[in-house]
Design a protein around this ligand. Sequence first.
Ligand code: AMP
Ligand code: TRP
Length: 345
Amino acid sequence: MAFKPLVFSGVQPTGNLHLGNYLGAIKRFVEMQKTHDCIYCVVDLHAVTVWQDPAELKTQIREVTAAFLAAGIDPAAHIVFNQSQVAEHAELAWVFNCVARMGWLNRMTQFKEKAGKDRENASVGLFAYPTLMAADILVYRATHVPVGEDQKQHLELARDIAGKFNTDFAASIAANGHDPEDGFFPQPEPLTQGPAPRVMSLRDGTKKMSKSDPSDYSRIALADDADTIAQKIRKARTDPDALPSELEGLKGRAEAENLVTIFAALADRTKEDVLREYGGAQFSTFKPALADLAVATLSPVTGRMRDLMADPAHIDSVLKDGGARASAIARPVMDAVKDIVGFLR
Ligand code: AMP
Ligand code: TRP
């Protein structure tokens, strides 16, 4: 393979970091460090595609950073930074705005969901969001992107953009000394096959757990204390039946399946294994076991997060150092893009 394996992923600092973010993304970021060089980004430029209170945004950026560090991401061995400190993201995004087609972006389901009925009033940034996301990844020529399932369509778009850039500029890519066979950008691969790529709301098993759900009881926040976590699990919606002993028996039981998935992901066990132990048990037995497990697993992380948040200067220095190291990788890539596109520099 011509492109060096490199992992990139991002989390928006939009508040209410939750169990879905942890199991679907952050926990996997931590695992990837063992096998890959990794760059993890707090994507503040993405956050402002919808209104963010400026004072709160600063806190939220530090909070996502604290969650990364508390979960076990090593900012010295890898790179942790916030997007707005590395101007190359926005620079490459502009070039990609001119490569991507309106028709491609019109198909993005996340825009449709987030813009809702009042599409005329959505920001231009919210519409162009996926081209910035492609730039985040490709400005490092990253090859692997651990994300939750909701981001798969955006990754496909990033691959399309990389492909069209490589084709449109093929002659210039070769003329500038890059291997014409490979093209200039890799095709980044989404890694969604974690144990919990789609954690669902605790109030409605058909909706994903999300930062923006108006009900606090729909999600377990990484800021929740032990009592709150236990109470939310106790109140989680379920059906009246006992748990099945086989996976097959979870079909059509979205809430039950979600709680079993969460249990398995938190315990690093398979769902089959969890059902072998709890098959036949009522939720009155399973929920307290899940609550204990969630508290035991999350408390060390949330505790470290609180300690880190008590020292914002330390967090800021981690981000600044990471930003400088990220820039050092992104700058030469952006310079090469300028040469390929035909800009003078
Ligand atoms: P966001 O909060 O949208 O910035 O998402 C950060 C990361 O968490 C992305 O990789 C998402 O795909 C992932 N994620 C968000 N919500 C969920 C969920 N309910 N289940 C699993 N992963 C999720
Ligand atoms: N769009 C992602 C989300 O909402 C966040 C994100 C921005 C991202 N840029 C990225 C994820 C690049 C992976 C790679 O979750």
